[in-house]
Design a protein. Structure first.
Length: 298
């Protein structure tokens, strides 16, 4: 409506333009179970508190690493912390977190557990479910000195907090005399999160060579494994999971080539794909059968 050359020129381009106003929601279409919409927030850095009964899943922008925050009815669960020098404490503060009910460390690699000691010091989680237990890393050695309750993670465990149910599908419990060796990715925690009719799969860095043998459910949302690295089994896994949204937690201009072209091609059939390297922190709001996607921007 403003009389500028750009505004006058827009009318002559033929593109569809609509006025913007606070709270506008652009519908992307109906999922099989959930309505999905995109909520554009630009540079907003402090979102409102979750509504009563609303689940908020935040795929946090922490650089080249993983950190996923689950919030519902005052309960907060963090899955991984990102790298040691990442902004995880700032991201949690932006999300309004005052204390963590649980911290899940999926495995003993710095881009997943690197900031765990910092998070423990600031947020004093009631429980640490530790997928890196037994591995000789600085974080693992330091955890024992923090005084928090930490237990090793293995398949069959369930965390039920605040109307959320987090089930560990992998790895198997270590047997007698088990010694950590090889690639920690192959023993990374694979977690299935449920809240009402909503299902989310968090496979950390465990790719299809691990997850193909697991009892995977249909899900509404998927955190893509291993920052979008090449995974030949991903198309078949997507056919099993049938997610409506896939989130890639990955650092901008990373040196690994993540996400790979093959992974992006496999994700082409997923209705909504988000990436923290481009979208910044992405918040998924789930309330009843409605799901909204909020890109916070970088």
């Amino acid at each position: 409506g403003w009389p500028t050359p750009v505004q006058r020129g827009l009318a002559r381009t033929g593109v569809k333009a609509i006025g913007a106003h606070a709270g506008q929601v652009l519908a992307l279409g109906l999922a099989a179970l959930l309505a999905i919409a995109l909520l554009a927030t630009g540079g907003a850095r402090r979102p409102p508190a979750p509504l009563p009964g609303e689940l908020v899943v935040s795929f946090l922008d922490v650089g080249q690493g993983d950190a996923t925050l689950l919030q519902r009815d005052g309960t907060a669960v963090l899955v991984d912390t990102g790298p040691p020098d990442g902004p995880i404490v700032r991201r949690l503060a932006q999300a309004g977190v005052r204390r963590l009910d649980a911290l899940v460390i999926t495995h003993a690699q710095a881009d997943h557990e690197g900031a765990a000691l910092k998070v423990v010091r600031v947020y004093r989680p009631r429980l640490v479910l530790d997928g890196g237990a037994g591995w000789p890393t600085p974080v693992q050695r330091g955890l024992a000195r923090t005084g928090v309750k930490a237990i090793g993670a293995h398949a069959g465990q369930v965390l039920a907090l605040g109307g959320m149910r987090l089930s560990v599908l992998w790895p198997p419990a270590p047997g007698p005399g088990w010694v950590p060796e090889g690639d920690p990715n192959r023993r990374a925690v694979v977690a299935h999160v449920q809240a009402g009719t909503f299902d989310l799969l968090l496979p950390a860095d465990a790719e299809s060579d691990v997850t193909a043998s697991l009892p995977l459910p249909d899900v509404e949302a998927l955190k893509v494994a291993h920052h979008g690295s090449a995974d030949p089994g991903l198309p078949a896994e997507l056919a099993r999971l049938r997610p409506e949204l896939a989130a890639i937690e990955v650092g901008a201009r990373n040196t690994y080539g993540h996400p790979t072209r093959s992974t992006l091609a496999a994700l082409h059939g997923v209705p909504t794909v988000v990436r923290t390297d481009r979208d910044g922190t992405v918040r998924l709001h789930v309330r009843g059968r409605e799901m909204r996607v909020q890109r916070m921007g970088r």
